[in-house]
Design a protein. Structure first.
Length: 368
C-alpha cells in the first residue's frame, strides 16, 4: 500500500485497532495489520450526523471528525431524500465478519455492497488486489470507492450491479461477504461460490456464516454479535418497506408485551427472524420507548401504545411478536449463536441448536 498519512492520524488508527483487539473483536494478526494500516478517513471524507431530526455533514474541517472516524462507530456516508442509503459499518462488526470468513491465502473473495470501499481495502490489504471482486448497486458509490481504493494503492475489480440478481462475475468464489441486510437470502448469489466455500451474510439482526454443500445447500450458524445493516435496495431506492398509512377499522386489544421488550437484544434478533421483511418505527417520549409501529408489504399493520395494540391486515403482526416472545422466554432466551439457517433454492429455514429442529411453523422461514 502506497498511502502515507500524518503521524497524529496514524496514532488514532493504532489506538482504534488496539481497542478492537483489547475488546475481543480482533484476533487475527493479518486483519490486525489491515485495520492498523488502512486509512478509514480516505474512505469516509465526510459523514452525516443526525441532530434534532436533521442531518448535518461532518468533514475533516470539523472538530471531532478524526475521533469519530477512528472510533468503533458506524458512520452514515450517504443520505438520499432524508434517508441513509450508505454507510461505513461499525469496525467491530466488520472485523467479526472478516474473521468469520476464514480467508486463506490464494482465496478469491466476492464482496456484496462496496459502499465506501473501506472493507474492500481491508480485504485487499489481507489478500491482495487480485483476490477481490466487489459489487455495489449505486453507480456513484462505485465510482467513489474505486477512486479511494486507487488513492491508497489498491486496484480490485469494482462492479456496479444489483446483487439480488446474483453475483455479476463468472469467477468461482471461495468466500463471499455481504454487507447489506437481507431477510430472505437471494439464492442466486450462492451459485457463484464453490462447494465448501463460505458466505457471511446479515440475515435479520444477525450475521449467518454458511458453508456451501455439495448439493448447493447452504448451512450455517449465526455469529455471536448483533448485526444492523441497511437493507438491500435497487439503485434509487432505500430498501425500506413503504409506510402505507394507518388503515381503517383495525382491531384493538390489550397488549401482553410492551414495546420496550423489543429492546432485549436477544429478542430483537428473534423478532427480526420472525416478522421477516417489515417496516418499523419506534415512538420515544423523554428517552423512553412509548410506542411501536410495524407494517408489511402484504398490508399487515400493527401499532402498540399505552398498553393497547391496534392491528389489521392478513397477519396480526403483534400477535406473532407476542407468541415469539413467549417461545423465546420458555426456551431460556437462547443467544444468537444457538440459531442456524439452512438455505436451498426453494427457501430458507431457521433452527435452534441443530439443523432440522424447526422453529414454530408461523416463522416465515420457508419462502418460495
Ligand atoms: C453498510 S453499506 C456497505 C459498507 C461497505 N462494505 C463499506 O465498507 O463501506 C451498504 C451498501 O450496500 C449497498 N447495496 C444495497 N443494496 C445493494 C444491492 N442490491 N446490491 C449491491 N449493493 C447494495 C448500498 O448502496 C450501500 O452502499
Amino acid at each position: 500500500m502506497s498511502y502515507a498519512d500524518p503521524p497524529a492520524v496514524q496514532a488514532l488508527r493504532q489506538d482504534m485497532t488496539q481497542r478492537l483487539a483489547d475488546d475481543g473483536h480482533l484476533h487475527d494478526p493479518a486483519w490486525y495489520r489491515a485495520v492498523a494500516e488502512t486509512p478509514r478517513h480516505v474512505f469516509v471524507p465526510l459523514f452525516h450526523r443526525q441532530m434534532d431530526g436533521e442531518w448535518a455533514v461532518v468533514t475533516a474541517d470539523d472538530d471531532g471528525y478524526f475521533d469519530a472516524v477512528y472510533s468503533d462507530r458506524a458512520l452514515t456516508t450517504q443520505v438520499s431524500d432524508g434517508v441513509a442509503t450508505s454507510s461505513s459499518s461499525q469496525p467491530s462488526l466488520m472485523v467479526q465478519m472478516l474473521e468469520a470468513l476464514g480467508v486463506e491465502d490464494g482465496d478469491t473473495i466476492g464482496e456484496v455492497a462496496t459502499g465506501t470501499g473501506y472493507n474492500a481495502a481491508l480485504m485487499c490489504h489481507r489478500s491482495g488486489d487480485k483476490s477481490l471482486i466487489t459489487v455495489e448497486v449505486d453507480a456513484n458509490l462505485t465510482r467513489l470507492a474505486r477512486a479511494r481504493l486507487d488513492e491508497v494503492g489498491h486496484h480490485p475489480t469494482v462492479l456496479t450491479a444489483d446483487a439480488r440478481a446474483g453475483f455479476p462475475a463468472d469467477t468461482p468464489l471461495d468466500r463471499m461477504i455481504i454487507t447489506c441486510g437481507f431477510d430472505a437470502f437471494p439464492y442466486a448469489l450462492a451459485r457463484s461460490v464453490r462447494t465448501g466455500g463460505v458466505i457471511v451474510c446479515p440475515l435479520g439482526w444477525g450475521n449467518a456464516r454458511m458453508t456451501v454443500g455439495e448439493d448447493g445447500t447452504l448451512l450455517g450458524r449465526f455469529l455471536a454479535g448483533g448485526s444492523y445493516f441497511m437493507k438491500a435496495r435497487d439503485e434509487n431506492g432505500t430498501g425500506d418497506v413503504p409506510y402505507p398509512g394507518a388503515p381503517g377499522n383495525p382491531t384493538h386489544r390489550n397488549a401482553v408485551i410492551d414495546p420496550r421488550d423489543l429492546g432485549h437484544d436477544g429478542f430483537r434478533f428473534v423478532h427480526s427472524l420472525v416478522v421477516g421483511e417489515i417496516g418499523e418505527a419506534r415512538e420515544m417520549t423523554d428517552g423512553t420507548v412509548t410506542g411501536h409501529r410495524m407494517w408489511a408489504g402484504d398490508g399487515s399493520w400493527a401499532y402498540v401504545q399505552h398498553g393497547t395494540v391496534h392491528q389489521s391486515g392478513p397477519r396480526r403482526l403483534w400477535d406473532i411478536v407476542e407468541r415469539a416472545y413467549e417461545w423465546f422466554e420458555s426456551h431460556g432466551c437462547p443467544s444468537r449463536e444457538r440459531f442456524g439457517v439452512t438455505i436451498t433454492p426453494e427457501g430458507q429455514a431457521y433452527w435452534l441448536d441443530e439443523p432440522g429442529q424447526d422453529l414454530p411453523q408461523e416463522w416465515p422461514s420457508r419462502r418460495p
